[in-house]
Write a protein that binds this ligand. Structure first.
Ligand SMILES: NCc1[nH]cc(CCC(=O)O)c1CC(=O)O
Length: 312
């Protein structure tokens, strides 16, 4: 190991810092002589916390400024929630390392302790995620979905203030922040398909930086990488901005990938789900194939409708 010092670029949110500290600790343990510094970078997504992301539009809201710092060599690596990273990266950058995935599920946090099925009719449920909204509407059309943005702590506080009967968050974020005890129901990935990359981290580096890639290689988890590869190939084929409810979740068993995915309209009236299995070596192909099957089955029409409205 010839590197003496590395700088990690990160957002300043508590979740981002927790994730980055985890990487820093792993590096310090593995390479006791290495100096690991953090550079906190504010992204556009951190500045506009009150507007639903689907309205803000634009991809990479939480990563762009950090990628600029990587490209101009102000930082050497960046730790992201993979869920926030667009499929197309700037020229010269790469998600080289995907560590082992945390719990990929969504969780319900209700004030009463009730699960999704038992919430009172007409109850208010907080989420600004179109993906969660569409799938919840399909299961519980009577619930009133209300916007909910902000960092994990902010979202929990808004629930505690009584603005909602329940909210939905990613288990991974709660667990990393030591708040998993707040979960009242773990929603299975079959009931609500998670977001592409949910629960996984992506470590982005300069594509030509062999030394950093080598340094970080012990953190790579090939099983997670291949699963998220299938999920991200699905996303890439749909060129999904955040205006359409999209979901995809892959698992790996005995060398076989299983990918389940959906496209829905924002109201959750039409939910098109498909799944497919195949060898892990064909992860990307499986992602594309599921996307095409969904497009054929009505997904194309949904995408066209949504983008037409968005342009007005
Ligand atoms: N959308 C923001 C975001 N990005 C990553 C996580 C949680 C951690 C993860 O999914 O890896 C969250 C919060 C949430 O959706 O509850």
């Amino acid at each position: 190991m010839s590197l003496k010092r590395v700088i990690i670029g990160t957002r300043g949110s508590k979740l981002a810092l927790t994730q980055t500290e985890w990487v820093r600790e792993a590096l310090k343990t593995r390479y006791p002589g290495l100096s690991v510094e953090l550079e906190i970078i504010k992204t556009k997504g951190d500045k506009i916390l009150d507007v639903p992301l689907a309205k803000v539009g634009g991809k990479g809201l939480f990563v762009k400024e950090i990628e600029e710092a990587l490209l101009c060599r102000r930082v050497d690596l960046a730790v992201h929630s993979l869920k926030d990273v667009p499929t197309e990266l700037p020229e010269g950058l790469e998600i080289a390392i995907v560590p082992r995935r945390e719990d990929p599920r969504d969780v319900l946090i209700s004030r009463s302790g009730q699960g999704l099925k038992d919430l009172p009719p007409g109850g208010r449920l907080g989420t600004s995620s179109l993906r969660r909204q569409a799938q919840i509407r399909a299961l519980r059309p009577d619930l009133v979905i209300e916007p909910l943005r902000g960092n994990v702590d902010t979202r929990l506080r808004k629930l505690d203030e009584g603005r909602y009967e329940a909210i939905v968050l990613a288990a991974a974020g709660l667990r990393r922040l030591g708040q998993i005890h707040r979960a009242t129901e773990f929603i299975s990935p079959e009931t609500i398909i998670p977001a592409i990359g949910q629960g996984a981290l992506g470590i982005e580096v300069r594509a030509d930086d062999k030394a950093i890639k080598e340094l970080l290689s012990f953190l790579h988890h090939p099983e997670t990488a291949v699963c998220t590869q299938a999920e991200r190939a699905f996303l890439a084929r749909l060129e999904g901005g955040c205006q359409v409810p999209l979901a995809a979740h892959a698992t790996l068993k005995d060398g076989e990938i299983h990918l389940a995915a959906l496209v829905a309209d924002p109201e959750g009236r039409r939910v098109i789900r498909r799944h497919r299995s195949g060898p892990a070596s064909e992860a990307a192909k499986i992602g594309v194939a599921v996307a095409e099957e969904i497009l054929e089955a009505g997904g194309r029409q949904i995408l066209e409708e949504v983008y037409k409205i968005a342009e007005v």
